[in-house]
Design a binder for this molecule. Sequence first.
Ligand code: 8YV
Length: 310
Amino acid sequence: MPTLLQLTSLRPEIQSVLDSQFTVHHYAKLPDAAAWVTAHGAEVDAVATGGGNGIPTALMVALPNLKIVAINGVGFDKVDLEAARAQGVRVTNTPDVLTDDVADLAVGLTIGIMRRLHHAHRFVTAGHWPTKDWGLARKVSGKRFGILGMGRIGQAVARRLSGFDGTISYTDVAAKDVPYHFVPDLVQLAAGSDVLVVCAAASTATRAIVNGPVLDALGPEGALVNIARGSIVDEVALVAALQSGALGAAALDVFVDEPNVPAALLGMENVLLTPHIASATTETRRAMGMLMLDNLSSFFAGRPLPTPVV
Ligand code: 8YV
């Protein structure tokens, strides 16, 4: 059986199949990972990892006989594709099967932050209802929705937000064949939006493009929703904008240095934070895992890869 180095956790039913098809070593359980890689790195044929963590280039290079990196996720920004190409390593991901979940969470976070659901929950559970007035939130229907990135996930978000009887505008590298208003400039998109939803793929081109001017344009009544990657947002500028009131609110599922979240965000009333759970449902993680397994089994059976990246 091929040897696989596992860098992510998987659902039990996926893990059992993987264990039946590979000699699996869990990187996180290695007593001395560096020593193990030095001693056994040449034995590794495959890596299974997550979209959020990928594989460090130094580790990939330390596996000279590595043939495939199978990502249990759609994002491949944490895999150096040029290094993989140079090393002759195939890379696969799991697109489409998680689109609905990620888009659903984007809408859930939009409603949650605009209607302050997290405050309402705490208000009731803290016993304040009998004696205090909860206050008011913001209406979601009829608002101006801006979407950064009109790919599979952005289009799924737009389809869902179309039901809120507002307006939907977007920006991307070019206009797409979709029934929404294309705005070439991100600052202009933000200026014309009440809610800006980040759906773009993370890359060197999108690193920190949601910056201070974008956040200022979104404004004191605006809300940022990010279900893509933390690296797409200038997190220092985001914290400053939320603290100063230049930006009204933010709902974030992803962060620059996960699982570490900027301490300043933890105490803010105008943020809704979730721990990178956009695809974290039983059904979707099962589907992702099955697709990852299909990529691995196809590779070692000499069949075409279902969802190749490299
Ligand atoms: C998960 C993700 O964090 O799909 C992605 O790129 O970030 C999420 O689905 C991860 O991939 C699960 O392993």
